[in-house]
Structures are given as structure tokens and as C-alpha cells.
Design a protein around this ligand. Structure first.
Ligand code: AMP
Length: 420
């Protein structure tokens, strides 16, 4: 490759045919399982007004403060490539009044996101998520349903070694008290905290619980638990979520440190991790956000959802699950006169939903048969001048090696009667 060759941007990936087969299987499975649970797809634009994310994701988060791809366009508007989906889906939900049309809206998405993070295995600058957002119910049934849906998708993909971590962060009222208790606990350790945590201490101390610094994790071992600050209603809600998960035989681990720092998050939070992924072990994060629509200027509407990283899920999927779109029939032809018949026959077979190929390089008979063999086709149809004159084509079964003569005007019917 010389230095004039243009390469893809760091942290982005081309998905080549061998890989896209895997993506398609994953997407098929997502569409299938979400439909069992009554979810419908929503697609939102690749970019939005920057203020949508600064307002909903939060100015002080890593995403908004340092990872967004933002620019001012020719019309002077501040725009950003989507770094996450919940904000866009909530914006669309409000804009199109979906809550007025249906009391419950169960939406799913499969989409590309952009964050300027440090690229490493399982972490990219353009990556993909699938996820769901369910608007309209505050009741714990939907919390359990959303978690069950995530688990069902992962199970159907054959993923192993998954763990569901679960917590409730209660309502904003209970978090005021918890926040004060956490600050009181951390105050004597303030000088030991990282710069980032020191910054978060006043604005958003709950986010200190997300730290990856081992000395901070150690300090936090004795920190107060949010579970001790839940209101009675919050506790009842959480108990019911847990009861439903037990009924559904879904195993979980209670994780009192699993929090989300923004005010619109409420009650249930969860994450799903895999022991087979190394450092970037989170495959899915989710939770309830009853305050979000109101914060974006909509009517207060309870909501809950999750987002799962598709690249990480694909790393965990075993190759046996992927079905290649195999070529079923190869038309082997020889001679100039056969070309018109071949292109028409290929079209007719394809119209019958049969995956059909023919030679586009005008190669020798031997080379074409070799190609058909390499493609692992089930049948070849052989047409030369002789076959064209007699209107009798040869159909070769690659599995048995048998060859049979079939009339040209009966070939479609014949190929349709074969098993592939
Ligand atoms: P988040 O939107 O940050 O809660 O992330 C949800 C899921 O998206 C994570 O559990 C990961 O599986 C995945 N994810 C987040 N950031 C990246 C990234 N930069 N590259 C690949 N996957 C990511």
C-alpha cells in the first residue's frame, strides 16, 4: 500500500462479507425475538442538535465533555453524530406524540453510534448498538420484561458466561439523601481521589462509583449503599421486579454500587457482563428513566430500556450459528450463442428465489466447473452449443455426481422440484 492510499479512520471498521454474514444473523435474531415481545423498530437520523445530548446525557459525562463528534454546519447549527440512542428515541417519541397514540410504546433499534474514545479491542469510535425503549408504564412488570427480553436475545445467540447485575437507584428524592451521605463519606478521602472524581465530588458524586481506579474502588468498599436510602415505594417496586425475575427464572446479582449519575434515571438499573471478554466486559446496560421525557420538554412519561454493544456480542457468538447465503445453482456455459439463454435462465431462476450464478469471465468449461465446485453449489446446469440446438440441458447433481438431461422449457419447473 503506498502513501496515496486512503485508509479508514482509526477506530472504525469495514465489515467485509465474511463478517457481514455474522451481523445479519445477529440482526435477524434481534428482530425475531423483539417481535415476540411486541416491539417495533424505530430509526432516527444519524445526527441531531448537540443540545439534545448535552441536555439529556449530561454536560459532565465523558460522552458529552470529550467524546462527541460535533461541528457547526454551514447554517450555524451545532450538530452531533449520535453518541447514544435513548436521547434520539425519546426526542422522536415526544416529537411525534407517540404517547398520545398508544399508552404503551415498545420500540427497538439497531444503529451506529459515534464516540471519540481510545480505540482498543471491543471499543471503537464508530460502533453499533441494538436496544429497546419502552415508554408508558411505571410498573415493575415492564422492568422484568425488558430484562427478560435482553436475556432471551443473548440466550438465543448461544452466549455463555453472562452475568446480570441489578440495582435500584430509587427516585430523585431518595438520591438527594444518598448523595449527601456519599459526600460525607468521601470527604475525608478527598485528597486521595483522582482529579476526575474530585471534579465529580460536588456536581455528581454518584458518578464516582463508576471509577475504574483500584485505590478508589478500595475506598468505596465501605461507602454507604443506595439500597439503604430507598423510599418505601421504591423498595416495593424493586422487590416486585426481583419477584418477577425469580418467576422467570432469571438469575441476577444485586450490585448496590451500580448507579447512573443523571437525575432523570430512576429505580431499576442493570448491566449484563460476560466473563469471556477481558477488560471491556460490559455487553449491555439498561435502566429506568422516568424523568427523561419531561426533561426534554415532553409530557412526563415513565420509560425503561437497554442498549447492547453489537461488536462485543459478535465477539461472543460462535461461528456455527451463521448461515451463509449459499449459491445453489451454477450455470456452466460455453460458446457465444449460449450467452443470451444463460442470462435469461439465471434471471428466471432468481425470480423463483433460487440463488443462481453464471460465469462472468467467459472462462473454459473446466474453470467454470471448478468454480461451481468451490462455491459448494448443489447443482450445475450445463449449456453448450449442442445443448442449445437440441433444447436439452444437462443438470449435474454435485453431491451424487449424477447427470440428467432436462428440456429447456421444463428447466425452471425441474429445478423448482429439486431439494436444496
Ligand atoms: P453505554 O451506551 O455506554 O451504556 O453502552 C452500552 C453498551 O454499548 C456497552 O455495554 C458496550 O457493549 C457497548 N459500547 C459502549 N461503548 C462502546 C465502544 N466505544 N465500542 C464498542 N462498544 C461500545
Amino acid at each position: 500500500m503506498n502513501n496515496k492510499t486512503i485508509r479508514a479512520i482509526k477506530g472504525t471498521q469495514d465489515i467485509l462479507p465474511e463478517e457481514s454474514i455474522k451481523w445479519q444473523s445477529l440482526e435477524d435474531q434481534i428482530r425475531k425475538i423483539t417481535s415476540h415481545y411486541g416491539y417495533h423498530e424505530i430509526r432516527t437520523p444519524a445526527f441531531e442538535k448537540t443540545k439534545l445530548f448535552s441536555r439529556s446525557v449530561g454536560e459532565e459525562t465523558d460522552i458529552v465533555s470529550k467524546e462527541m463528534y460535533s461541528w457547526t454546519d454551514q447554517g450555524g447549527e451545532d450538530l452531533t453524530l449520535k453518541p447514544e440512542l435513548t436521547a434520539s428515541v425519546a426526542r422522536a417519541f415526544i416529537q411525534h406524540n407517540l404517547g398520545r397514540i398508544n399508552p404503551i410504546n415498545k420500540l427497538y433499534y439497531i444503529d451506529a453510534l459515534f464516540r471519540r474514545e481510545r480505540p482498543q479491542k471491543g471499543r471503537y469510535r464508530q460502533f453499533h448498538q441494538f436496544g429497546v425503549e419502552a415508554f408508558g408504564s411505571e410498573h415493575p412488570e415492564i422492568d422484568a420484561e425488558v430484562i427478560a427480553l435482553a436475556i432471551s436475545i443473548f440466550k438465543s445467540l448461544g452466549l455463555e458466561g453472562l452475568k446480570l447485575n441489578l440495582n435500584s437507584i430509587g427516585s430523585p428524592e431518595c438520591r438527594i439523601n444518598y448523595r449527601a451521605a456519599l459526600q460525607k463519606f468521601l470527604k475525608p478521602h478527598f485528597s486521595e481521589l483522582t482529579e476526575t472524581s474530585q471534579k465529580r465530588f460536588n456536581d455528581n458524586p454518584l458518578r464516582i462509583l463508576d471509577t475504574k481506579a483500584s485505590h478508589e474502588i478500595k475506598i468505596l468498599e465501605d461507602a454507604p449503599n443506595i439500597s439503604d436510602y430507598l423510599t418505601n415505594e421504591d423498595q416495593t417496586h424493586f422487590n416486585e421486579v426481583i419477584e418477577y425475575l425469580d418467576i422467570l427464572e432469571i438469575q441476577y446479582k444485586l450490585m448496590p454500587r451500580l448507579v447512573r449519575g443523571l437525575d432523570y434515571y430512576t429505580r431499576t438499573t442493570f448491566e449484563i457482563t460476560s466473563s469471556n471478554l477481558g477488560a471491556q466486559n460490559a455487553i449491555c446496560g439498561g435502566g429506568r428513566y422516568d424523568g427523561l421525557t419531561e426533561m426534554l420538554g415532553g409530557k412526563p412519561t415513565p420509560g425503561i430500556g437497554f442498549a447492547a454493544g453489537m461488536e462485543r456480542v459478535l465477539l461472543l457468538m460462535k461461528s456455527k450459528q451463521f448461515n451463509k447465503n449459499k449459491v445453489q445453482i451454477y450455470i456452466v456455459s460455453l460458446g457465444e450463442k449460449t450467452r443470451a439463454t444463460v442470462i435469461k435462465l439465471a434471471q428466471d431462476l432468481r425470480n423463483q428465489s433460487l440463488n443462481t450464478e453464471f460465469d462472468l469471465l467467459r472462462r473454459s468449461l473446466k474453470a467454470q466447473l471448478k468454480e461451481a465446485n468451490k462455491m459448494n453449489v448443489k447443482y450445475a446446469i450445463i449449456i453448450g452449443d449442442k445443448e442449445l440446438e437440441s433444447n436439452q440441458l444437462e443438470v449435474k447433481d454435485f453431491l451424487t455426481g449424477n447427470q440428467q438431461k432436462v428440456e429447456l422449457n421444463k428447466i425452471i419447473e425441474h429445478m423448482n422440484s429439486l431439494s436444496f
